[in-house]
Design a binder for this molecule. Structure first.
Ligand code: B12
Ligand code: SF4
Ligand code: SF4
Length: 359
C-alpha cells in the first residue's frame, strides 16, 4: 500500500496492458457542457433516442446521481477499423461489431480491475460502465487525459479512435488532476467532409437523426429519412467518419467479414428471413441486439439505393416468408413505389415461379 493513489492504481492496472486514465470527478467542467447538452436535446438532435433525452441530468452532473463518487477511471479497448469497400458492393458491418460483443469483453476486464482495486483500497465503492450507463463517457475520457474530442464528437488519440470506452466510478479521494491531452484536429475537417448525410452541423455537434449508425442500429421504424436515403453499404453501424480521420490512416485493417458470415446481399437477406439462422449466427455479437427485422430493413433499403432492381427481387423473396406486420407493410409500399422490370433482376421472381409451379 505504498506510493501515491495514481501509482497504486497503476500497479493494479499493469497486468491488463490497457491504456487508462484517472481523474477526480469534481474536475468535470459543467457550465459550457450543460448548455450544449441541453441545446442538443432541445433541438431534437437525439433522433429516436428518447432515453438520451430523459437521462441528460446524469450526463451533465454524474455526481448528483452517484453522490459517493469522487473519481473516475477510464479504459480503452481497441477494435479493428476496416478499410472501405466499394460503395454498394456488399453489406458492410462496422468494425466494432464484427467480433464478440464488446460489452462482454469490457465487463470481464472491468470486473477483474475492480477486484484488484478493492483489494488495494479496502472499503472502496465502485460503479462499472461501458456504453450501458447514463454517463458522458467521451467527456470522462477527455477529463482523464486519454485523448481529445475530435470534430466527429469521438475521443481521438494519436493512435486513432478505434476503441471502446469503459470504466469505473470510484469513491477514491486524493486523485490528482491529469493534464488534458492537446487537441490535434488542427485545421482538418476530413470527418465532416466525408459524412454522407451531413450529420455534423458544426464541429463536435452531431445531428444523430442523420447518422447512419443511428438509423441502422437505433431507429426501429421504417420511416424515410436522410440516412435511409443515403445508406449504400452500411447495414450496421458506420465507420466512414472514422476512416476519413488522418489519425486512423495507419491502423486501417483488411476488410474481410468473419468467415462464417454471409457475403452477398442475397445470402444476407436469406439469413434475416424467419428461421434463417440470424439469431444463432450473431449470438453474443452486437448485431443480435438489432434483430433480424431491423437488419432486413437495413439490407433492403441500402440495396434499393444502389440497385433497385436487385432490391425489389430480394424484397419479393423476403415477402414470401415475412410475418412482421410493419416490415411487410413497408416492403409492399416500397415495391409499389419502386417496381422492378420483370426478369431484370437476375433472380427468379417468386410470384411468377409460383404460377408456374403451384406446388
Ligand atoms: C448515443 C450514442 C451514439 C449516437 C449519437 C452519437 C453522438 N456522437 O452523440 C449514435 C447512434 C449516432 C452513435 C454512433 C456511434 N457511436 Co456512439 N455512443 C452513444 C453514447 C451511448 C452516448 C453519447 C451521448 O451521450 N451523446 C449525446 C451528446 C449530447 O453527448 P456528448 O457528445 O457528450 O455532448 C457533447 C457534444 O454534443 C457537444 N456539442 C453539443 N452541441 C454543441 C455545439 C457546439 C457548437 C459544439 C462545439 C459542441 C456541441 O458538446 C456536448 C458536451 O460536451 C456513447 C456512450 C456514452 N454513454 O457516452 C456512445 C459512444 C460515444 N459511441 C461510440 C462509438 C464507437 C460510436 C460509433 C463509431 C459506432 C459505429 N461505428 O457505428 C458511431 C460514431 C458516430 C459519431 N461520429 O458520433 C463510442 C465512442 C468511442 C470513442 N472513440 O470516442 C462510445 C463512447 C461508446 C463506447 N463506450 O465505446 N453513438
Ligand atoms: S458514423 Fe457515418 S453517418 Fe454517422 S456521422 Fe459518421 S460518417 Fe456520418
Ligand atoms: S478527421 Fe480531422 S477533424 Fe475529424 S476527428 Fe480526425 S483529425 Fe479531427
Amino acid at each position: 500500500m505504498t506510493g501515491s493513489v495514481r501509482e497504486r492504481v497503476s500497479r493494479v492496472l499493469e497486468p491488463h496492458a490497457l491504456e487508462w486514465g484517472l481523474a477526480p470527478l469534481a474536475s468535470l467542467p459543467i457550465a459550457d457542457r450543460e448548455e450544449k447538452i441541453r441545446a442538443w436535446v432541445a433541438d431534437g438532435l437525439h433522433g429516436t433516442m428518447d432515453w438520451l433525452a430523459r437521462s441528460i441530468e446524469s450526463r451533465i452532473r454524474p455526481d448528483d446521481q452517484w453522490p459517493w463518487a469522487r473519481s473516475v477511471l477510464v479504459v480503452k479497448l481497441p477494435y479493428d477499423l476496416p478499410a472501405a469497400v466499394a460503395p454498394g458492393s456488399r453489406p458492410e458491418v462496422a468494425g466494432y461489431a464484427r467480433g464478440r460483443d464488446y460489452h462482454y469483453r469490457l465487463d470481464g476486464l472491468l470486473k477483474a480491475i475492480r477486484s484488484g482495486l478493492e483489494a488495494e483500497f479496502p472499503g472502496l465503492t465502485t460503479f462499472q460502465f461501458c456504453d450501458d450507463q447514463h454517463l458522458p463517457e467521451v467527456e470522462l475520457a477527455v477529463l482523464a487525459g486519454l485523448g481529445w474530442r475530435g470534430r466527429n464528437t469521438l475521443l481521438v488519440t494519436r493512435k486513432g479512435s478505434a476503441f471502446h470506452l469503459g470504466g469505473l466510478l470510484l469513491s477514491l479521494d486524493g486523485v490528482d488532476v491529469p493534464p488534458l491531452h492537446p487537441d490535434h484536429c488542427g485545421s482538418c475537417t476530413a470527418c465532416m467532409d466525408a459524412c454522407p448525410t451531413g450529420a455534423f452541423l458544426q464541429p463536435g455537434r452531431i445531428d444523430a437523426s442523420r447518422c447512419l449508425s443511428h438509423w441502422n442500429i437505433e431507429d426501429r421504424h421504417t420511416t424515410e429519412n436522410v440516412a435511409a436515403r443515403a445508406a449504400r453499404t452500411e447495414v450496421f453501424g458506420c465507420d466512414i467518419c472514422q476512416r476519413a480521420c488522418p489519425w486512423n490512416r495507419r491502423i486501417l485493417t483488411e476488410n474481410d467479414l468473419p468467415g462464417r458470415w454471409p457475403a452477398s446481399w442475397e445470402e444476407w437477406v436469406d439469413l434475416c428471413r424467419p428461421g434463417g439462422g440470424f439469431q444463432s449466427l450473431f449470438t453474443k455479437t452486437p448485431l443480435r441486439r438489432a434483430g433480424r427485422h431491423k437488419m432486413l430493413r437495413n439490407l433492403l433499403r441500402a440495396l434499393w439505393n444502389t440497385d433497385a432492381t436487385r432490391a425489389a427481387a430480394l424484397a419479393r423473396r423476403a415477402l414470401e416468408t415475412e410475418t412482421y406486420p410493419e416490415l411487410v407493410e413497408w416492403i409492399r409500399a416500397r415495391l409499389e413505389s419502386a417496381p422492378t422490370p420483370p426478369g431484370a433482376a437476375g433472380l427468379p421472381d417468386p410470384a411468377s415461379e409460383r404460377e408456374r409451379d403451384p406446388a
